[in-house]
Design a protein around this ligand. Sequence first.
Ligand code: MRU
Length: 348
Amino acid sequence: MKLKTIEWIADTNNRLAPGRVRSIDQTALPVKLTYIDTRSVDDIWNAIKELKVRGAPAIGVAAAMGVVLAAQERSTDDVDRVCRRVHKACEYLASSRPTAVNLFRALDRMKTVAELFEGSAPDLVERLACEAVAICEEDAAQCEAIGEHGLMLLKDSDTVLTHCNAGSLATARYGTALAPVYKAREKGMKISVYADETRPLLQGSRLTAWELMQEGIEVTLICDSVAAEVMKEGKIDLVMVGADRIAANGDAANKIGTYGLAVLAKHHGIPFYILAPTTSFDLSISSGDEIPIEERAAEEVVHGFGKQTAPDGVAVYTPAFDVTPAELITAIVCEKGVFRPPFALGDG
Ligand code: MRU
């Protein structure tokens, strides 16, 4: 896989900090591939909020790196001051988007590093940079493992339906839902993908279709409303999607429209898989009812991409995610393997 969605670039060769965050500007795709170099925590907050960096695992990585940017802002010998900066940055970044639990897990890791650290201020900043880079590398390894486990669910010539973007753009590398597709290609299998366009922000058409085409994988773009029809026509062998937060009972939040796909898959007897690293598991909540669902601006629906598509003043309801109940999920694939119902994810 050629693309690096997000990475930490150190200013010098001998230390990781100070440095900057380099990430693909996902709002510019598919028209142009551009990278943003970021040196401020404010810019990271905005990049997350505006979906320049998006997808649960990538949001976690960006937030961790954002904490390093805050910690390194002005050089100081006062280690307590660096700790205070870390706490302030964590609180701030936690307010960017509520649903993907990866964000909060990454911030907790960064806070723990600062709290347990004993040493000088520059060494703490360096230690924080190491932690952020580790979060990024671990995500890439977890996604690759998801690909290996998910591969066992695929047969040569299968067609996968996916929703939103749970590909390499949403993670450090490989993706989650698309990881088995990439692994299958490495093994010489031919898997094709139907990508829902994913209203209203079109992550399926702008990002999934784009990244699969970059990798030479056969992809067919459909409007969201076509999913039922392609299932009825027998074109879909299985559904593979990602998740932003999975509760202990297996209920899984993912991009709005995922729940509807799960209902459709059940009706048509098509297996429905959730693929996500354990960093997307939230075992502190027993069911999906407790998952905070982000609501986005009405503007994104009525003036999508700059064109007015609804009358002025119309009421709009725009949840960005929905929760698929565990009973509709055939299996959850994470880096540890394939889990089938009844899900009791808290038991190991
Ligand atoms: O609003 P987005 O684009 O961040 O939503 C992303 C999704 O819903 C993905 O499917 C999910 O984060 C899993 S990414 C591996």
